[in-house]
Design a protein around this ligand. Sequence first.
Ligand SMILES: [Zn+2]
Length: 334
Amino acid sequence: MSIDARQFHSEILVWDAHRDVAYEAPLKDRFLQKWMVGVDLDLDLVRAGGVNVQVYAISTASTLGLAPTAQALKELEIVLSMIESHADKVVLVTKIDEILAAKKARKVAAILNFEGAEPILTELGLLRMFYRLGLRAMGLTWNFRNEVADGGYEGREGGGLSQFGRSVVKEMNHLGMVVDIAHMTERGMLEVLELSETPAIVSHGAVGAVRPGHHRAYGDHILEKIAQKGGVFCVTTIPEALASDPQEATLSRFIDHVDHAVKVMGVDHVGLGADFDVYLSRLGLPAERWLRGLEEVDKWPSVTAALIDRNYPLGAVRKIMGENLLNLYQQVIG
Ligand SMILES: [Zn+2]
């Protein structure tokens, strides 16, 4: 079979489940200016990569001197202003039909997500308010413990959901928000999968069978449970989560993680969540910070080509590149 992978890529829906946008943005105004300049460039890269949907992660886990709720509001204001000022290229979406309309209009559809529940403190009312502001997904933790649950880096104890965390999951189900279990402990992940009435996702993670010994690379029992509950597991591009030796962190290794997840979960439960970071990519970090062959978002067509090269049927490629996440979000946010 001969297929023009680039042409095929430009036609299908391509969804990136995790993209850092406002990480440490309020740290320094000088830095912020740099970022504000970088965003426009990045949107061009996103479009060059044929990516239709990006889930924008707002992170407040690193303490910058602001209370997390204030920091989240400040970051949201920056991101929403950025979206407004680039309205020809990007649009904030809160429903599936808006995502499909954005694709038609050749704009990037941006979904708002928190990476860590810190901004809601211990108040479900704050969760509801952020929903009103457009939030449609939330990662319950980043690496560390918060009021909702333990993060995966708290490996010594590996606690799961708090009592408040259980009420947060229920409220997210009720509101129609996607519950993201990336970065949680395995115990926390399993508790959410048991409790949640809607399917959950791992927006950016790796597969333990391919990369043993990394806290972001999960065992088959976790993958199986996510699939059983109708969820989607999204493979990340973070080199150290994909390979113990940075030299071996290549596009081909990334596809190995996808392959194993598909083998364990079935093709309806695997997606992609790059975790590209516009600041870091502009600040000249060393080469081992990037996945070779998939360094930036404009290389996304290489993923489609690599899946076709590994003999995935075109229908399966469509699912992995975006349709699985579209279906999940449709079930949850409507
Ligand atoms: Zn992350």
